[in-house]
Design a protein around this ligand. Structure first.
Ligand SMILES: [Zn+2]
Length: 755
């Protein structure tokens, strides 16, 4: 029996000796660096931290931190400078009193712990320094066995070589578990005392510091007495280490603590912008760097990346203020309620300045952003992109070209208007102002669906249009058709962010910029790993862009978009969108500084017929007024190739004094090359020849170009032919008025013949 016992002890002493040698070796290796770096212990492979931060650039070009990125855990970051000295001392005293002296491993403590482990077969190895605990938290290398312990020590030593004590303590303070789902001292301070960590008293610091050794036991909500007991132990330790005076100790011991159970403000859900930023970066890391999605995610959250974002916090806030207040949206009974989304971007770069993906306060991270992730039917808001811009670009129409609003039947397809009846001959500008459908179909027929489709998809960056596809249901789908392109009933729809980018060329001299959310991503070593290079594409001539801009300006001045008119006098343009089935509402609009898009509808498409008003415009207006407020009012720039001439709305030709007297003369913009040469001969000295009706012709146009006064009478020798650029405008005097609404277009009418 004695021999057996002796042998038993011998084995244990050998084990102990080996253990000590091992530890000694690790320590020596750590101290002298003879092991080199532990290559598997890469910063980017950490489970926690080296948090990545998002920066924005202000209007003066200064960079500021916007926020840090966290995976969804109940953690609120507190910089070490914000954590009271009491808290730091309390933690160090109770967890690792020689923290500031060791190199990551506390040798005497480790030997003691080894002995305990070997002799008592303890389930916990114990003896961990703060650095080791941090390594354990970061790697989740939680298994208890000597070899893991050795690796943990090794990593702790390597961590101490790379980071300062302050950095290590900061990470530790932000990652320790403090019961009730609180990670880090800030979350605990919020939860138990309803304060910021910086405001805690010594007594409160000691109470929180006591939790970490055994969170279930020292949970202040479940076992307040146990917590106080532990708090006294912490205070005593601080006193014995000289961290606090006797007087401080006495005061803290006698302070009565009352524990709250506040809901932690969590990581206030990050903004929709940051959601999108994360999604964009993950996508680009996968696409451009070939990273797996798991690695990309790890790198993004824990790689200590510096992310330079395009956000303007003032714009984002203005949008959130409007969207978080449900009073800004129609009162709708039943559930679920309709939703809304908005995006604002800089038309001169494509930079996204703000995005909001839903109504109400955002409560979680990386949720559905309807501004960038939902495809919805654009309705009439597609017309400027698919009909008017390509028609003007091809030289087929000018804003004053006459087009016909009358019944149309294309192989049994009979598009109608949102209003009853038809308005007869109108100018293209009027047609867009009032969002007339049949003129849009007719103009699109002239443009051609192929050209229109290419224009929208290739020039204006709308990626969700379907060229031709047979789907799982066996049906063939295409958006290359009159109905989808003229009226916006698409196979899948469009996303608001792409709509915003597609309208930007109207503000920005015809240049298209893809929308983007960040300019640069820099890794923890300072190397740029992703970069967005702003590359404009010529979508259309600056003259075309200006003419469409001007027509969209009329929509807001006197058309269907007047509810979006800004009271500041800042010029604005835009287009409403409503689908046939009333499932979607849009307003896509711009000022000289921003493009903004608002969408409204049910997530599961359903009719909004009951709405008393168009909800997108007031929302758009509220946000735009706020974000344009600091900016000087300025007009849209009129390009050199644009002239303003007086035009007769009856004939579509140059107005004369007679047209002026007849009240049919308007000033209208033209590409200089497209100014009609012919003067109106419908109005003569003898009176008015038969004139087609024209609806609500504007007398004055916004904009800065010089206006032309019509000549008193037709100049001699005027060419009888119209200038190219106006389709099918019959230069001959109009013989018969177009009767409304029944008369179909007849040959010889001064209109576009399309059926
Ligand atoms: Zn005339």
């Amino acid at each position: 029996m004695k021999r057996i016992l002796r042998a038993f002890f011998r084995v244990f002493f050998i084990a102990l000796l080996i253990g000590m040698l091992l530890i000694g070796g690790v320590v020596a290796g750590g101290l002298f660096g003879i092991f080199g770096d532990d290559s598997s212990f890469d910063i980017s492979a950490l489970n926690l931290n080296f948090t990545s931060a998002v920066y924005y650039t202000d209007s003066a070009g200064q960079t500021h931190e916007l926020e840090r990125l966290y995976e969804s855990q109940n953690r609120i970051w507190a910089d070490i400078s914000k954590v009271p000295k009491y808290m730091q001392d309390a933690i160090v005293s109770i967890e690792d009193e020689r923290f500031y002296k060791h190199n990551g491993v506390d040798i005497p403590r480790t030997l003691k712990a080894t002995l305990t482990y070997v002799f008592k077969g303890s389930s916990s190895f114990g003896g961990s320094t703060i650095t080791q605990q941090l390594v354990k938290n970061m790697t989740e290398d939680k298994q208890i066995d000597p070899s893991r312990k050795v690796r943990e020590m090794w990593r702790a030593l390597s961590l101490e070589r790379k980071f300062s004590k302050q950095q290590i303590l900061e990470l530790y303070l932000n990652t320790i578990y403090l019961a009730n789902n609180c990670n880090g001292v800030e979350a605990a301070a919020n939860k138990y005392f309803g304060k910021d960590v910086s405001q805690l008293t010594l007594a409160q610091c000691a109470s929180i510091a006591g939790i970490t050794q055994y969170p279930a036991l020292y949970d202040p909500l479940v076992n307040p007495d146990k917590n106080i007991e532990k708090q006294h132990i912490v205070l005593k330790k601080m006193l014995s280490l000289g961290k606090i005076t006797q007087a401080e100790y006495d005061a803290a011991c006698s302070e009565k603590l009352s524990f709250l159970n506040k809901s932690v403000k969590e990581n206030q859900a990050q903004s929709y912008f940051v959601d999108q930023l994360i999604n964009d970066i993950l996508k680009d890391l996968e696409k451009q760097k070939g990273y797996s999605s798991a690695f990309a995610e790890k790198l993004l959250y824990n790689g200590g990346l510096k992310i330079y974002a395009t956000i303007d916090p003032a714009v984002q806030k203005a949008m959130e203020d409007v969207f978080e207040n449900s009073a800004n949206f129609p009162k709708v009974s039943g559930n679920p309620k309709p939703q809304a989304a908005m995006v604002v971007l800089d038309p001169y770069t494509g930079a996204i300045k703000g995005t909001v993906g839903g109504i109400g306060e955002k409560s979680a991270d990386r949720v559905l952003n309807r501004a960038s992730m939902s495809l919805r039917q654009p309705g009439s808001s597609i017309k400027p992109l698919s009909v008017y811009a390509p028609a003007i670009e091809r030289g087929l129409i000018s804003p004053s070209s006459l087009v016909l609003d009358a019944p149309i039947d294309i192989a049994g397809w009979k598009p109608s208007n949102y209003y009853s009846g038809y308005k007869g001959t109108v100018t293209a500008r009027n047609a867009l102002e009032q969002s007339m459908n049949t003129p849009a179909v007719r103009v699109l027929q002239e443009v051609g669906v192929d050209y229109s489709f290419q224009f929208v998809t290739k020039k204006l960056g709308i990626t969700s249009l379907v060229e031709s596809e047979t789907r799982d249901d066996g049906k063939a789908y295409t958006d290359k058709g009159l109905s989808p392109l003229a009226l916006g009933g698409l196979t899948d729809g469009v996303c608001a962010t792409e709509m915003a980018a597609a309208y930007a060329p109207f503000v920005n001299s015809g240049l298209y910029y893809p929308p983007y959310s960040y300019t640069r991503v820099v890794d923890s070593g300072g190397k740029t790993i992703l970069e967005h290079k702003v590359k404009p594409m010529v979508a259309m001539s600056e003259e075309t862009a200006f003419l469409v801009n001007s027509m969209l300006n009329s929509v807001v001045e006197r058309g269907t978009g007047t509810a979006a008119k800004l009271s500041s006098g800042m010029p604005a343009g835009g287009k409403t969108g409503t689908t046939d089935d009333q499932n979607d509402r849009w307003f896509v609009g711009f000022t000289p500084y921003y493009v903004g898009v608002v969408w409204y509808g049910y997530d599961q498409p359903k009719s909004l017929e009951f709405l008393a008003y168009h909800p997108c415009m007031p929302v758009w207006k509220k946000v735009m007024e706020q974000i344009n407020k600091p900016l000087p009012v300025k007009e849209f720039t009129v390009p050199r190739g644009i002239s303003k001439v007086s035009i007769c709305t009856s004939s579509g030709k140059r107005a004369t004094g007679f047209c002026n007297e007849a009240g049919t003369a308007i000033n209208e913009y033209f590409k200089s090359a497209d100014i009609p040469a012919a003067y109106c001969n419908a109005h003569t000295e003898a009176g008015i020849n038969a004139t087609p009706e024209v609806s609500s012709a504007p007398n004055e146009l916004p904009g800065g170009a010089a206006q032309e006064t019509p000549p008193p009478n037709p100049p001699a020798g005027t060419s009888p032919t119209g200038k190219p650029g106006i389709i099918n405008i019959n230069p001959a005097p109009v013989a018969t008025p177009v009767s409304i609404p029944t008369a179909p277009p007849k040959a010889g009418d001064n209109i576009i013949h399309l059926d």
